[in-house]
Design a protein around this ligand. Structure first.
Ligand code: ADP
Length: 486
């Protein structure tokens, strides 16, 4: 059956191949644990390389039929799944909180955001671009068609288990590509619940169910290695750390695989001298604390003009100190980090910063008791070479670094191999546009602490990735170009 007694939530815990949920080859399972309580949420099938290849076979077999389904029908499937996800908001939000820890209110927001990718790509599915024209020399005509690239492997991270999945599945299905999804080991259940919604809707419409396959596993590379090495795979879309992205790009080179990569970030949040300080503090709360700081677009470093730096740090610290920290299911403001290792890393970065002279204005410790919690922390006078400034923190820690002039701010902002998101606060429109052009980032929020939107192109420059998800660009990632000269 789709559901086992091991799960308190009514979700599948098996592997989905060719429209059937089944156990892993060999029958192994792994545990999914609630980071707020360290208690078991579910036992999930532990996929193998054989399971990965079976999923690829199903996707490959479904590819011609799926590419032949009318764009309108693909669109309507996605639209129906959008409605279904929205109808099940409470159930899915509870699941996100159980396996990932984020506060319920944030989980509900993630369900809305995640569903939006299906609505958006339902709308984009019928708008694949094309061209017909006379060649400049006048001798012939040129037709340009866009075609589905083919079976796609989607590897997703644990921090936004619905949105990271729908952001890839939506455009892949809209474009006509079947998928194999390898969800994160720590949070596979939400993705599997979404896959079940898709499976049921495909079956109800008599569409090929092998279009959506899911292989959870505790050993990612055991599943992904053979799939990436197989010539039937035509697309790899990955969201995760830069280190793993580099390994995957290396593997993808052998088959010259089409790759989209959403990798790490180290977003600067720049507050210029003329900024509205209240607005900047409000924006910082969102940019830093979404999912407890565990977001690749989360503000990592706060670069604040020296004239505002201590006031900004003090106000932010006062706001942080008011937040309640505890299990996301109990209505707290800030939930747990994903794992014990994540808490250790955050603690290490805070100790490194204080050893180098930073001052703790709020937080700076692990609360007593069970669960993987860390107090929201503000570090004033953080030196620019502190590890929490140079590395991705992925936790609720806000280092504040003072700068003296605009050029110094840009140099500091760009002093990283990353270039995903950035934020800038200023009331000067010229300075805002300068920041947008001079800061190396794929996305910049101007007087806004949040950039994510299904209708906008999400992605990074430098070692933050390749390609864009969302917007019209998101569909293009799953299309290739056919040019006919006639
Ligand atoms: P995070 O730090 O967000 O966990 P990772 O890059 O470790 O980022 O993980 C993102 C996704 O990549 C997860 O689904 C994880 O299981 C998968 N992953 C991790 N290592 C590998 C690997 N060597 N090959 C393929 N996938 C991997």
């Amino acid at each position: 059956t789709a559901t086992t007694a091991a799960s308190a939530h009514d979700v599948p815990t098996g592997i989905l191949v060719a429209g059937e949920w089944r156990p892993a080859t060999g029958g192994s399972t792994f545990e999914v644990v609630d980071p707020a309580t360290t208690e078991l949420v579910a036992q999930v099938a532990d996929g193998t390389g054989e399971d990965g290849l079976a999923a690829l076979t199903a996707a490959h077999d479904a590819a011609p039929a799926w590419a032949a389904v009318a764009p309108r029908e693909r669109s309507e499937l996605l639209r129906a799944c959008f409605e279904s996800i929205v109808d099940r908001t409470e159930e899915l939000a509870a699941l996100i909180t159980a396996e990932g820890g984020k506060p319920l209110a944030e989980s509900r927001a993630e369900v809305a955001y995640g569903a939006e990718f299906f609505r958006w790509f339902a709308e984009e599915a019928v708008r694949a671009p094309g061209l017909s024209r006379t060649a400049p020399a006048g001798a012939n005509r040129q037709l340009v068609h866009r075609r589905p690239v083919g079976p796609a492997l989607l590897i997703t991270p644990w921090n936004f288990p619905i949105a990271m999945a729908t952001r890839k599945i939506g455009p892949a299905l809209a474009a006509g590509c079947p998928v194999v999804i390898k969800p994160a080991q720590l949070t596979p259940l939400t993705t599997m619940a979404v896959a079940e919604i898709l499976r049921a809707e495909l079956a109800a419409r008599d569409l090929p169910t092998g279009v959506v396959n899911v292989v959870p596993t505790s050993s990612a590379k055991t599943v992904t290695g053979p799939v990436i090495g197989d010539g039937r795979l035509r697309k790899l879309s990955f969201t995760g750390s830069t280190g793993v992205g580099q390994v995957l790009l290396g593997q993808a080179a052998d088959q010259v695989l089409n790759c989209s990569m959403e990798l790490g970030g180290n977003a600067p949040f720049v507050v210029f001298a003329d900024a509205d300080l209240d607005a900047a503090v409000d924006g910082a709360m969102v940019a830093k604390l979404r999912n407890g700081g565990q977001s690749c677009v989360g503000a990592n470093r706060f670069l604040v003009h020296r004239s505002l730096a201590s006031r900004f740090a003090e106000r932010l610290a006062a706001r942080f100190a008011e937040l309640s920290v505890g299990p996301g299911a109990e209505g707290h403001d800030v939930g747990p980090l994903i794992s014990a290792a994540a808490v250790d890393k955050v603690d290490e970065l805070v100790t490194d910063a204080t050893d180098r002279g930073a001052r703790v204005l709020a937080g700076g410790s692990r609360p007593e008791g069970k669960g993987y919690f860390y107090s929201p922390t503000v570090l004033a006078d953080a030196p620019a070479d502190a590890r929490c400034v140079t590395e991705e923190i992925f936790g609720p820690v806000a280092p504040v670094v003072a700068f003296d002039d605009v050029d110094e701010a840009f140099v500091l902002a760009n002093g990283t191999q990353y270039g995903l998101a950035a934020y800038a606060y200023t009331r000067d429109v010229d300075l805002a546009m300068r920041a947008a052009h001079e800061i190396d980032a794929g996305m910049i929020g101007i007087n806004r602490g949040m950039v994510s939107d299904a209708s906008a192109p999400f992605g990074g420059v430098k070692q933050s990735g390749l390609g864009r998800e969302g917007g019209a660009a998101g569909l293009e990632e799953y299309l290739e170009t056919l040019y006919v000269a006639m």
